[in-house]
Design a protein around this ligand. Structure first.
Ligand code: NAD
Ligand code: UDP
Length: 312
């Protein structure tokens, strides 16, 4: 019998790639999604008839899935900084009530549990690069806290279920992931710059552009998530790309790859707590999962630009 996974948030950007990855590994999949930030197109395009069921469901409501379940995967949470102001309560509820409902499902089914955590739990880090033992620098009451503290709570809840009920949890700390299937209007830097360059609009650089991020390509990311989910390791484990890029250099790369004549336009930061530097230490992923990213930024962005051209 094929293994069967329930993927909450499977109609989102990462969800699309993860569901495809599971199907290619001969899994059956049940997707739970309320389409808050996901799309029906993603749901339709990744599906294989008879192997993939879609249930429109808010994970904050009680969850029941008929039949055996081997893994429960929690990707369900709005993740773009623009959503932190737009739907803050929904984010906190997805991280708290939603994660709890999914952990209860895993407990009832005797299933493993993969939690999509995030580099945001390190806040605006004072340690560089960030290793998993670093406990972070998060402003508890800042505008990003709904997401940062929500995800920190979700990790703590996973460990509570693990310690008390022996649920086999696996916690992945995901760093900025990009690629085809991103929403063109999600407000993240990759989608903004690609769309702005392709449509001749100015590239909006917030806060000077000296802040850094480390971008990982979607296929590398879901490969790492899969390795972790099917391992015996609880984590947390950073799944990201250790190559660090400043936002201004990233803008220049997008201009070069598109040949766009767009200008760079300096704007204030969206949020005061915008992390100044972010880069994962992935020694643990290398050692325990034999995983590291393979796709360089240039190649990944070229593939991503193809997706945005198609959307335009
Ligand atoms: P996304 O917004 O594209 O996907 C999230 C999905 O969850 C969407 O399909 C949305 O409709 C669904 N969802 C949201 N709230 C829900 C609810 N209450 N009930 C059911 N479904 C709900 O975002 P993504 O970039 O694909 O991120 C997926 C996961 O990975 C998130 O948990 C996010 O925190 C985490 N993550 C992503 C990144 C990244 O760079 N993309 C980085 C770190 C962590
Ligand atoms: N950013 C930017 N211009 C944009 C969007 C984002 O300069 O149009 C910056 C943002 O301030 C942050 C970085 O790019 O420093 C990454 O932002 P994103 O929203 O993609 O993700 P974050 O890592 O902040 O969650």
């Amino acid at each position: 019998m094929r293994p069967r996974a329930v993927v909450a948030g499977g109609a989102g950007f990462l969800g699309y790639h993860f569901v495809k990855h599971l199907l290619s590994r001969d899994f059956d999949v049940v997707v739970l999604d309320n389409y808050a930030t996901g799309t029906r197109r993603n749901a339709q395009d990744c599906s294989i008839p008879d192997r993939c069921d879609f249930i429109q469901h808010d994970i904050c409501k009680l969850i029941d899935v008929a039949g055996p379940v081997d893994y429960v995967v929690n990707l369900a949470c709005p993740a773009s900084p623009v959503d932190f102001d737009r739907i803050p309560i929904e984010i906190m509820r997805a991280c708290s009530e939603g994660t709890r409902n999914l952990l209860e499902l895993a407990l009832r089914k005797g299933a493993g549990f993969l939690q999509a955590s995030t580099s945001e739990i390190y806040g605006d880090p004072e340690v560089h690069p960030q290793c998993e033992d670093y406990t972070g620098n998060v402003n508890i009451i800042g505008p990003r806290a709904v997401y940062d503290e929500g995800k920190r709570y979700a990790e703590a809840l996973c460990f509570a279920f693990h310690r008390k009920y022996r649920v086999p949890v696996h916690i992945a700390r995901i760093f900025n992931t990009y690629g085809p299937r991103m929403r063109s209007d999600d407000g993240r830097v990759v989608s903004n710059f690609c769309m702005q360059a392709l449509t001749g609009q100015p590239l909006t650089i917030y806060g000077g552009g000296r802040q850094t991020r480390s971008f990982v390509y979607c296929e590398d990311e879901v490969d790492g998530l899969y390795q972790l989910m099917t391992s015996e390791h609880t984590g947390p484990i950073n799944i990201g790309n250790p190559t660090e890029t400043s936002i201004r250099d990233f803008a220049e790369l997008v201009l070069e790859l598109t040949g766009s004549k767009s200008e760079l336009c300096d704007l204030p930061l969206l949020h005061e707590d915008d992390p100044k530097r972010r880069r994962p230490d992935i020694s643990r992923a290398r050692e325990l999962l034999d995983w590291e990213p393979k796709t360089d930024l240039r190649t990944g962005i070229e593939r991503t630009l193809e997706w945005f051209r198609e959307l335009i």
